[in-house]
Design a protein around this ligand. Structure first.
Ligand SMILES: [Zn+2]
Length: 144
């Protein structure tokens, strides 16, 4: 009986131990179950097709993209770091409550109130608020 032979142009190598471990670690980011098992098998087969000296680099690439693959499998979007960094946040002085830029604003029914122009915080009418005259008398808020 003749032994089964691979086609001569296919050069399969054994996946080296450490690159295999890296790929197995990367697949731990995926949801447990058949999805993870399937991707692990495919990625390990892909790794075996990579020549030995390049397997570690290939496995590292799989590891660095593991979270993106998880997002793709789950159907969620990865938030780019730039979007997170450019998203406007509450100004630092407002967050620390050291300084707000108070301004008059109106509710939908026409009532006036004071809010911060930057963070939209409404002014607390408690102690420490100084009023000079009433709004109907032409006076106004002088600020803290
Ligand atoms: Zn503010």
């Amino acid at each position: 009986m003749m032994p089964t032979r691979r086609p001569p142009d296919t050069r399969w190598t054994l996946a080296l131990p450490w690159p295999s471990r890296i790929v197995r670690l990367a697949t731990h980011a995926l949801p447990a179950g058949t999805v993870r098992d399937r991707y692990r098998s495919e990625l390990l087969a892909e790794l075996a097709a990579v020549p030995g000296p390049h397997q570690t680099r290939h496995a590292a690439g799989i590891l660095t993209h593991a979270l993106a693959l998880r997002s793709a499998v789950r159907g969620t979007q990865v938030t780019p770091l730039e979007a997170v960094m450019t998203t406007p946040t509450k100004p630092w002085l407002c967050r620390t409550n050291l300084h707000h830029r108070w301004e008059w604003a109106h509710t939908r029914d026409g009532e006036r109130y004071i809010r911060c122009a930057k963070c939209l915080k409404e002014k607390d009418y408690g102690a420490g608020t100084r009023w000079v005259g009433g709004a109907s008398m032409g006076g106004g808020y002088t600020g803290p």
